[in-house]
Design a protein around this ligand. Structure first.
Ligand code: NAP
Length: 332
């Protein structure tokens, strides 16, 4: 195919500083994978911020176009499972890590990374879910598979105003759970109530170092997005046979906790990694999200263009994001 050019956000290191700018790049810079996709929408995830700002352990080589999420239309395919014009979603694997990602108009990926756009979801809505929504939904899926029902008790979400947390609150509330949102931004209480939080607790009011190995039971389940001492705290407050799912590390990558929630209350801690989830599990959660788990996501999403993306990356780096950022790529 004759090379062509398109717009992309490019992260690069210039004189020891990482910068992000919108550049015109060539299709010849894309890897030679089986499926070329014209990206219509992407979304901003925590990992994208880490990659775009050069944090260690994410991207090995710069310049790179980040973006672990993309939805769009197959432009060219040598994989028999996909044909020109198919609507598709790609989330995680190596997209946006060391493979040019969804913050550019075109991506080239192996067919094994692709999920056909589920019926009843638009390309736009699929990126209102994206990796953060899929991760929250995988956590909720585990909790339901444990047999936990809304009548069993209240649930808790940490990192509540973030992309994973806000999606988890809205989904749990839609499923009938009473949700307590633990947040560092109590000034966003109106937002948190509007998406389904029943109670709001400031994480700055919690005595996380309280030494008791078990605290009085408050929740039957939780979706933890932050890790560290806050995860330890909510584990010690979890009721008999409860489950906490964890996916994030913004509050710390160590978990120093007590054995008692596990051996005296039968509490489970379940890790979520949406990046390497099996395709069968991804499809099953995407199908739920396009069917019985549909809810109005407009209030947790903000839509931006590529030009606005560097500012939004900075906001995420400073823990100032509220909800989910969806990027609309220019499509000619
Ligand atoms: N395992 C996976 O598959 C997977 C997938 C997606 C994301 N993640 C991880 O999940 C985490 C959240 O991602 P996200 O997209 O929701 O990020 P985000 O939009 O930036 O939200 C993170 C939220 O965490 C809270 N927070 C920030 N600093 C904190 C601190 N020091 N202590 C406690 N809470 C703090 C803030 O919410 P409040 O102000 O409301 O407290 C912030 O909005 C990240 O660690 C990300 O890497 C993992």
């Amino acid at each position: 195919m004759t090379p062509f050019t398109f717009k992309a956000l490019v992260a690069e290191e210039i004189k020891g500083e990482f910068t992000q700018s919108i550049q015109t790049v060539s299709s010849s810079q894309l890897p030679d994978h089986d499926v070329l996709i014209q990206v219509h929408y992407s979304s901003l995830n925590y990992k994208d911020m880490l990659s775009a700002t050069g944090q260690p352990g994410i991207t090995d080589q710069y310049p790179l176009t980040p973006g672990i999420d993309a939805s769009g239309i197959v432009f060219k395919s040598s994989d028999k499972r996909f044909k020109e014009g198919d609507k598709v979603i790609v989330t995680s694997y190596d997209l946006g890590m060391n493979t040019p990602g969804g913050f550019g108009n075109f991506i080239s990926v192996p067919g094994d990374w692709i999920v056909p756009l589920p019926e009843h979801l638009s390309l736009r809505e699929s990126m209102m879910i994206g990796t953060s929504g899929l991760t929250a939904a995988m956590g909720v899926h585990k909790i339901l598979n444990q047999g936990i029902q809304p009548s069993d008790g209240e649930v808790v979400v940490t990192g509540s105003t973030g992309a994973v947390g806000s999606f988890a609150i809205a989904l749990l509330s839609k499923l009938g759970f009473k949700v307590t949102a633990i947040t560092g931004k109590t000034d966003e209480s109106t937002f948190l109530h509007s998406i389904g939080a029943d109670k709001i607790v400031s994480r700055f009011d919690l005595d996380l170092q309280k030494a008791r190995p078990l605290l009085s039971s408050k929740w039957i389940a939780g979706v933890d997005c932050v890790g560290g001492d806050l995860l330890d705290y909510i584990l010690r407050q979890t009721a008999h046979n409860g489950m906490i799912t964890c996916c994030g590390n913004v509050a710390g990558d160590r978990l120093n906790t007590s054995i008692y929630p596990f051996i005296l209350r039968g509490v489970s801690l379940h890790g979520i990694d949406s990046g390497i989830a099996r395709m069968a599990d991804r499809l099953s959660v995407w199908n739920k999200l396009s069917g019985e788990w549909q809810f109005n996501k407009e209030q947790i999403c903000k839509f931006i263009t590529l030009l606005e993306l560097p500012d939004e990356i900075r906001k995420m780096q400073n823990a100032q994001q509220i909800g989910k950022v969806v990027i609309q790529l220019p499509v000619s």
